[in-house]
Design a protein around this ligand. Structure first.
Ligand SMILES: NC(=O)c1ccc[n+]([C@@H]2O[C@H](COP(=O)([O-])OP(=O)(O)OC[C@H]3O[C@@H](n4cnc5c(N)ncnc54)[C@H](OP(=O)(O)O)[C@@H]3O)[C@@H](O)[C@H]2O)c1
Length: 303
């Protein structure tokens, strides 16, 4: 980044679990952001109250667009310095990511921060989700004359508690999974992922280069997770271990996942090798949020 150049951060996925906390942090610091959003109203409602009326036009720009047609993105990316990239597509994930990254670098973007997945670090091709993110990472790295590419590889998001467990809590005061009761599972706060991205955007581009950061903020067994939920929601919630057949039925029929990601999500690393990520407090500038804290903060979402 040349000294004095005005930072302007472009967000794809800025209204999501990880993008929204990053956008909020940057707006608080008065760093201008542009959001690529399917629904400008949703984006406006999420963020406009964070910006003083006089600052709205200079700090918050919303471009209506869809990943299925990148024309609005191509027409608006010029003049930005960095790109936050979340892509959601189980069919053509790598194609989407590389298409966006190529256009971004060609328009002068100096740094892409991509929300990838910790499953990229698993052995080659054992994980559907890991493979799609790995192909995407490799494709971006292979773009000639590109700028910096930072891959954040988070473990399971704490926001999954709302996505996957809220229905079974509401219907039967249980959480379900295929993991053993006492296996330590890797969790990361979606707010922390956003904070790491926002912090990287405030550092010089050269500091992070083509870094990869795995993001695990807490290790919690299913039994302990049920205990945290019970404490916060004020009612007994039990962990129920399902068979793979039962879990597969829920993930495909109720959650609506395709076969590959559903098969992946049933698997848990149970070899005791999990750790909170080394150096995560350095990236955050504080200790990571624990699952217990996240549940307490978000308990109203379970009602
Ligand atoms: N959940 C996990 O445990 C986990 C773990 C590791 C990695 N990951 C990875 O994290 C990523 C998901 O991140 P997230 O949870 O922050 O995402 P998210 O909350 O699902 O948000 C998706 C974002 O993308 C936007 N979006 C979706 N479809 C779009 C389209 N067709 N055109 C334009 N924008 C679109 C959404 O905007 P709208 O406001 O328009 O909906 C939203 O801003 C995935 O790549 C996943 O593989 C997830």
């Amino acid at each position: 980044m040349t000294t004095g150049e005005q930072e302007r951060i472009y967000f794809i996925g800025g209204t999501g679990n990880t993008g929204a906390p990053a956008v909020k942090e940057l707006l608080k610091k008065k760093i201008p952001v542009t959001l690529y959003a399917r629904s400008p109203e949703k984006a406006q409602n999420l963020f406009s109250s964070l910006v003083a009326k006089d600052d709205v036009s200079s700090l918050l720009t919303i471009v209506q667009g869809d990943l299925e047609d990148l024309t609005p993105f191509e027409e608006s990316i010029q003049g930005h310095t960095r790109l936050f990239l979340v892509a959601v597509d189980f069919q053509n994930y790598a194609k989407k990511v590389i298409g966006i990254a190529e256009k971004a670098y060609a328009a002068g973007i100096k740094q892409v921060v991509h929300i990838s997945s910790m499953a990229v670090s698993y052995p080659w091709r054992v994980s559907f989700i890991g493979s799609m993110h790995r192909v995407a990472e490799e494709s971006v790295l292979a773009i000639p004359d590109r700028g910096s590419y930072v891959a954040l590889r988070p473990s399971r998001f704490m926001s999954n508690n709302l996505l996957f467990d809220r229905p079974s809590i509401l219907h039967g005061n249980v959480i379900v999974d295929t993991a053993k009761h006492d296996v330590h599972q890797e969790w990361i706060s979606n707010n922390d992922i956003g904070t790491v991205a926002a912090n990287i955007f405030q550092d010089p581009v050269e500091k992070h280069g083509d870094a990869v950061y795995e993001l695990v903020g807490d290790l919690v067994t299913p039994e302990t997770r049920a205990k945290y939920l019970s404490q916060s929601l004020g009612k007994p919630i039990k962990y129920v271990k399902q068979t793979v057949e039962e879990r597969y039925e829920v993930l495909t029929k109720q959650v609506g996942l395709p076969h590959g990601p559903a098969f992946d999500l049933m698997q848990s690393r149970e070899d005791g090798s999990s750790n909170v990520s080394f150096g995560i407090s350095l990236l955050l500038g504080r200790q990571p949020e624990t699952l217990e804290q996240w549940i307490e903060k978000n308990k109203n979402g379970f009602l």
